[in-house]
Structure formats: C-alpha cells, structure tokens
Design a protein around this ligand. Sequence first.
Ligand SMILES: [Fe+2]
Ligand SMILES: [Fe+2]
Length: 136
Amino acid sequence: MVVWSSFLEIGVASIDIEHKHIIDFANLIEQTSELQQARLYDDKMLNNLFIIFRVHFQKEEYLMSRLKYPAIAQHSAEHETMLTRFKICMSDYKAVQNISPLMELITEWADIHITKHDMSLAAFIQQNKLVKQKKA
Ligand SMILES: [Fe+2]
Ligand SMILES: [Fe+2]
C-alpha cells in the first residue's frame, strides 16, 4: 500500500488531485489482486491505471511546454522511463500474478518523482503564477 500524506502535496491542486487518484487506484488494485475472484478484472484495472498514469504525464508535459519549463527534457525522460517500467511490471503481473513490483514502482514514483521533479515544477509554476494554486 502506498500512503498518501501532505508531504506529497506539491501545492498545485490540479496535479495533487491526480497524484492522489493514482495512489488510491494503485492501492485498490493491490487489494483486489489478493482476491482470487477479482483476478479476471486485474488486467483491465492495470491497463486503466497505465492510461491514467500516461495521461497525467502528458498533462504535465503539456504544462511544462506551455510554461517553457527549463527542465522539461529531464522531467519528460523520467516519465518515459517510468512508463517503460510500468509496462514491464504489467507483463510480470500477467505472468506470475505478483503485484509487488508495480507497487514498488508507484511508491518510488511518489517518494522520488513527486517530491523531486513534480515539486520543482510546482515551484516554477508558483513563481510564474500561471496555474490555479492550492489554497493554504
Ligand atoms: Fe506528477
Ligand atoms: Fe512528473
């Protein structure tokens, strides 16, 4: 289980909402993967999570491009690497029904990508004040 906390909030409401949604969805998949009768739905749920993950990255990349964010190349490359790793986790799950590698990836995304790359993007957004910010 990946635990959401205020430590993961970057202060841009539209992005924070998606981060929390992704974490909630991943936790739900982990829970259902433990139920034998839910196994039939796991592939579809994983595919949906992948799409949500990818669309979230695309939105950040569009935002970075619109704001001419200086670190766009590095941040986008991190997204690409994570999507590739996500696909490997999906294949592994289909082969051996082990959800742990995917949950480790989501944990790493939350603990490292959000707190480093997304937090830097949020600081840049707040400097530019171009996106509606989360109220304190
Ligand atoms: Fe993000
Ligand atoms: Fe990101």
